[in-house]
Design a protein around this ligand. Structure first.
Ligand code: NAD
Length: 281
């Protein structure tokens, strides 16, 4: 079984991006800039944002974090986003989710210039991705996609089962694999026989949020299994896949932690650089 080392793959990607930033600086005399807006003081969000800032600095991007208290007026946030939209030093804008209840998430997402939408959540990017046009792609599914391609460069005709239909993970993952000519089944909480669906799959991507949902006998021999889940349990952080059981059948499997997570941040940096390059055309 191939243990897919997300930390190593993310480090390789960051090294490539660092090189690219050096080249972009030589060509344009400026570097891509990432601005993150963090509202409130949720600990996981603070940790994510710190890690994003650290990684952005490591690859040579200009990074900035704008912090607001959780009772901030929605209009102040929207006005700040509009200002960042017109700031040429800012290539990518990310508003860390979740947001406090009084702030309309969709309004925030739609206020970000689609060309600076490094999360790929703007409806224009969602539409472009599903139409097969150039778009920003949400970072976690993009990371999963790159890990899958590393194991199996030719995905044409493969059967993929995606577990979970969120806008963040399941739906964009489906689009990425469709584009690779996979036959994709997207499953969710109302799917009748998830085990039977999984047993058909050459590729399984689990993005559910249920600890160890995918069991060893749900997985065909030689399947590639990507575990997006991050679940806090009494025995620590586990994924959506029962790692010990599934590793006996799968051809390749991502661990949790150390699988998809590190790729998510590396893909955010990649998206920021892509936004910068598109803005120079
Ligand atoms: P979500 O809650 O938005 O969506 C979960 C999906 O799972 C839903 O579409 C739902 O229909 C489906 N589902 C629920 N119960 C099911 C069942 N019994 N069988 C089949 N499908 C079922 O979650 P999300 O935001 O997509 O996140 C999923 C998981 O991925 C979470 O554990 C989250 O913490 C993790 N996550 C990890 C990263 C990372 O970088 N590794 C990034 C984002 C999210």
């Amino acid at each position: 079984m191939i243990l897919i080392d997300g930390k190593k793959e993310a480090a390789l990607l960051r090294a490539k991006l660092k090189e690219e930033v050096i080249n972009l600086k030589a060509k344009y005399n400026k570097v891509p800039g990432l601005t993150v807006i963090l509202i409130g003081n949720l600990t996981p969000s603070q940790i994510y944002v710190r890690n994003k800032e650290k990684s952005a600095n490591e690859v040579g991007l200009k990074s900035e974090v704008i912090k607001y208290p959780d009772n901030i007026d929605e209009n102040i946030v929207l006005e700040k986003i509009k200002e960042l939209n017109t700031n040429t030093a800012v290539s990518g804008i990310l508003v860390q989710l979740p947001l406090p209840k009084h702030i309309d998430k969709q309004k925030v997402i739609e206020t970000i210039d689609p060309l600076k939408d490094v999360d790929g959540f703007h409806p224009m990017n969602v539409g472009n991705l599903s139409s097969g046009y150039q778009s920003s792609v949400p970072c976690t599914p993009l990371g999963c996609y790159l890990l899958i391609k590393k194991i199996e460069p030719d995905l044409s005709g493969k059967k993929a089962v995606i577990i979970g239909r969120s806008n963040l993970n399941g739906k964009p993952m489906t689009q990425l694999l469709l584009k690779e000519n996979c036959t994709v089944t997207i499953t969710h909480s109302k799917t009748r026989n998830l085990k039977a669906e999984c047993l058909e799959a050459d590729i399984i991507v689990a993005a559910v949020g249920i600890p160890e949902l995918v069991k060893g006998d749900w997985v065909k021999k030689d399947a590639i299994v990507i575990d997006v889940g991050i679940n806090k349990t009494d025995k620590g952080i586990v994924g959506d896949v029962a790692f010990d059981e599934v590793s006996k059948n799968a051809k390749a499997l991502t661990p949790v932690p150390g699988g998809v997570g590190p790729m998510t941040i590396a893909c955010l940096l990649k998206n920021t650089i892509e936004c910068f390059k598109r803005s120079q055309i």
